[in-house]
Design a protein around this ligand. Sequence first.
Ligand code: ACM
Length: 541
Amino acid sequence: MTELIPGPRSVVVGSGEVRLTAHSQLYAGTATEGVGRWLRTVLWQATGLPLREGRELDDTDGDGIGLQLDASLGPEEYRLVSDRNGVLIEGGSAAGVFWGAQTLRQLLGPDAYRRAPLGRERTWAVPHLTIEDAPRFRWRGLMLDVARHFMPKEGVLRHLDLMAAHKLNVFHFHLTDDQGWRIEIKRYPRLTEVGSWRARTKFGHRASPLWEEKPHGGFYTQDDIREIVAYAAERHITVVPEIDVPGHSQAAIAAYPELGNTDVIDTTTLSVWDNWGISANVLAPTDNTLRFYEGVFEELLDLFPAEFIHVGGDECLKDQWRRSPAAQARIGELGLADEDELQAWFIGHFDKWLTARGRRLIGWDEILEGGLAEGAAVSSWRGYAGGVAAARAGHDVVMCPEQYVYLDHRQAAGEDEPVPIAHVRTLEDVYRFEPVPPELTSDEAGHVLGTQANVWTEVMEDPARVDYQTYPRLSAFAEVAWSALPAPAERDFADFERRMAVHYRRLDALGVGYRPPAGPLPWQKRPGVLGRPKEGTPPNR
Ligand code: ACM
């Protein structure tokens, strides 16, 4: 049962096994109590074994589990030894021990992912072996868009569990967009009273002529957010919140019309957007807007301890700024060349504001246009070019090119994917994704913090569709982010598929509604459904 995903650096298999029994103890040393609590809870749920608390490592007595730090290991590195003394997991930090505990769960078999024991006699065994393992990247991310379709809190917690099972450690929480505002901000109640609901939703594909005439909405209270952040922290996942400015802001403008370009349009008539695409309604570059968003970010900093705060910055349509006398006057006052520089000024303001508070700004690669704020990091989504330019200029980068790791994109060619949009990206394509482009020198490549898969939810109307789009591709992505894989063409996809055969059973036990493995899908060859493009339609982005 060493079909591990993501694959570890090294495994040396012995002969024999450690059997967990009703007498087995779990010892957690200083600084690993949290991992011990997590491991005892999940294994107790799955096995019914109590795994009583051992008081010393020696208590593990050949059939127990020991957890402790080893300062000679790197921060997320771990070593798992299963031998006649029992199972010992050592890590350079509690995070390393936690990733080792995830490996242990995989070694115990798919049933170790259940929430209740099966009630039949069975043995729980870990083969004798030694695993040494450490991640390739320190940013192994998943972005979830809860603005286009709301994901209730319970679903967010579940995705954090699934991330942890894949050793992913950054949850990028896309909380605001034209179609919804999803986080309570106490000083601006209308952001959620008005901004968290829309009257109706475009049905499926962007070009579809149909709307579902049903209100859609929801938001997280600040208590919910605190719980999500704490739940993530227990799983050694950092939550990076995103408030998208100055574009993708129609929901905020609908709630507070003075945030919009009121000299160009009557913003009092705007509602939360009910269409897909990019809204022309962007924030007005006024002092009032800056003060308003400082208020939003102040509350955000209280809730999210992350080093990075994401300010969006993508797809800001500048037409209203071109037509707005007030925006043009601001460009003049500031001595800026054009609207791109106005956006750079806007982002630069929040870069300084966040830096003064000990945080770092990250934004989508459009923040490079008109000059990148000093200290800012970039999420490179429009291919690699933005990330390459940013790394060469000494900025940190998270690689998430849409051509590879946008999991809303179709998973197979043809019409049969549910609402098949954009590029075809199969499981194998994701497995062969390389986050570090070869043109970077090793110094420049040092600025690549890591990589992230993005789940945009325009065409994912419910949690089941999120599962379908995300899995199994996120399993391949996790291996890209964690494991030291060879160059794309040399990666052994057949071996990955062999290990996936076991991993699908883990996902089954976890209740993940993944896309069925390759082969005919049950619904193929049915007549086309409204809203699906015909084959040959250009990518819908
Ligand atoms: C993006 O996909 N607009 C970041």
